[in-house]
Design a protein around this ligand. Structure first.
Ligand code: FDA
Length: 307
């Protein structure tokens, strides 16, 4: 019940100001977003890759309002990639980007987002890694898939995210399950209307399994973005049935959520990639994590009261 209320708050400027200003917020935010700058995040990258984990890096931010902010977001990724060059980690550390942060919602936003993301994809390729386009709310997806297709002409390894809660996704998965594609399947984290998306958890989970089967039986590289233990074991079964080797799919989870499971899967020989967000504009990302689990909200509220 609380999830939709928190998701609505994640788009409210008033709530953003209130929550961002609360003195204890930062401590709770750190659990999910372990740094604000490239210098903060490099030791975390070294630590996690040293433990056999792979990473996908998200410079937090979305829904920007000016082309200058979009250029700033592009430059933040380029600065990170520049720093990664020295670490020589190649595809162990890839990037996740939200096109809204690259200007997608501004006037002429489709072209602007493409123009901003292209140099990031090129810079990533130059250090032997790649970029995955995150999926945002359903109104942005036609543009995201078109940008994905355009980027794949020169960089076929560019990945994208599909969301199991959307009715459209089964068809998207069939289209994307082709040789060379990289597709991350997630349940979906936005507040979507009943006209376009399943609303019940069991319906979303069932759709997730159907779509995962399509990806596993297809020719592409499936990336299983979930912390759900049931879905993780179903993914292992489906991969086995489809005759996939351990390096022909990967698991992905968010930093700060089920960290022991990250290490357990990696120790079993699975590719395990941790989605690691950092930066100063953390509000939208943080609120979606609160919405996913009521216990996170209770923890957050308790820490505010106990100060
Ligand atoms: P579910 O929500 O059922 O959770 C299963 C279990 O995982 C819970 O019981 C709990 O133990 C744990 N858990 C889950 N969320 C938690 C949280 N916030 N805090 C603490 N524990 C938690 N969405 C989207 O719309 N677009 C995108 O591009 C992405 N990208 C993305 C990348 C990666 C790597 C992941 C893992 C997820 C995303 N998501 C996303 C978010 C996704 O849509 C979804 O909201 C979350 O993954 C939660 O769903 P689960 O599949 O984990 O299952």
């Amino acid at each position: 019940m609380l999830g939709p209320v928190i998701l609505a708050a994640s788009r409210s400027d008033r709530m953003r100001r209130l929550i961002s200003a609360a003195p204890v917020t930062k401590q709770v935010v750190d659990r999910f977003i372990p740094g604000e700058t490239v210098s903060d995040i490099v030791p975390i990258i070294k630590d996690l890759t040293g433990k056999g984990l792979q990473l996908t890096m998200d410079v937090v931010g979305e829904d920007i309002t000016t082309p200058e902010q979009a250029a700033h977001a592009r430059d933040a990724y380029l600065a990170l990639i520049d720093r990664l060059k020295d670490l020589e980690l190649g595809e162990k550390v890839e990037m996740s980007v939200k096109l809204s942060m690259f200007g997608q919602a501004l006037e002429g936003g489709h072209e602007l987002a493409l123009a901003n993301v292209r140099p990031v994809v090129e810079a990533a390729a130059a250090i032997g890694t790649t970029v995955t386009l995150d999926a945002e709310d359903h109104t942005t997806l036609d543009s995201m898939f078109a940008i994905h297709e355009e980027l794949r002409k020169d960089h076929p390894q560019t990945g994208c995210v599909i969301q199991a809660y959307l009715f459209r996704t089964e068809a998207d998965a069939r289209r994307l399950a082709e040789a060379g594609s990289r597709v991350r399947l997630v349940k979906g984290a936005y507040k979507e209307p009943a006209e376009v998306a399943y609303q019940q958890k069991h319906e979303i989970d069932k759709a997730y399994v159907r779509i995962l089967r399509t990806l596993m039986e297809g020719e592409g590289y499936p990336m299983i973005g979930s912390h759900d233990p049931r879905l993780i074991s179903i993914a292992q079964e489906l991969a086995h049935k489809a005759g996939r080797k351990l390096d022909e799919y990967e698991f992905q989870m968010l930093y700060g959520i089920r960290g022991d499971e990250h290490l357990r899967l990696a120790a079993e020989g699975h590719r395990m990639r941790v989605y690691t967000a950092y930066g100063t504009d953390w509000y939208g990302y943080f609120m979606r994590r609160l919405a996913e689990k009521p216990a996170n909200l209770r923890f957050f509220l308790r820490s505010m009261v106990s100060k």
